[in-house]
Design a protein around this ligand. Structure first.
Ligand code: ZN
Ligand code: ZN
Length: 165
């Protein structure tokens, strides 16, 4: 693959991420203003209770690019056309918001603000107190988990990733 200026620049960028299948990868200089949005449009767009996202500064797509759909008269949203991972919220004329959990190190970017709080699903505040499986139940499932070969792209850039469609 030809080394474009953007791809060369991307090597110097400190933050990277991508979709689950690895067809779309990106890098940026910084990720700022991490938040979660509870609005109904975000819930639908990611199929989830809320959307953790943050502004990606000087974003470049280092492998592939997202497909986009217009979600309102003021914004479009990007997703991987191969695996469906929701990736961006892009307000017209504004910065690109990247979905925090597509970052290779999402733990570094804890949300600091809730948006559209009135649209929260009724059970979202109870999530942290839900029970978990017991250690015995978890241990009983370990052989099954150990047998799974995940096709998720690793959490770092690759040069020879085999894309499975
Ligand atoms: Zn993908
Ligand atoms: Zn929203």
């Amino acid at each position: 693959m030809a080394e474009t200026k953007d791809r060369i620049d991307a090597k110097a960028r400190s933050v990277a991420g991508g979709c689950q299948c690895g067809a779309v990868r990106y890098a940026c200089e910084a990720v700022i203003h991490p938040s979660i949005c509870h609005c109904r449009m975000c819930q639908k767009a990611v199929g989830n209770a809320f959307t953790p996202m943050a502004t990606a500064e000087a974003l470049v797509w280092t492998r592939g690019a997202p497909k986009r759909f217009r979600s309102s008269n003021a914004a479009q949203r990007g997703f991987c056309a191969d695996c469906g991972t929701p990736m961006t919220y892009e307000a017209d004329g504004g910065a690109v918001e990247i979905m925090i959990c597509t970052l290779d190190e999402p733990d570094r970017f804890a949300p600091a603000l809730q948006l559209a709080r009135n649209s929260r699903v009724a059970w979202v505040d109870q999530l942290a107190s839900l029970p978990t499986r017991s250690e015995a139940e978890q241990a009983a499932r370990e052989p099954f988990y150990a047998s799974i070969l995940s096709y998720k792209h690793p959490d770092h850039d690759t040069t020879d990733w085999k894309h499975r469609s």
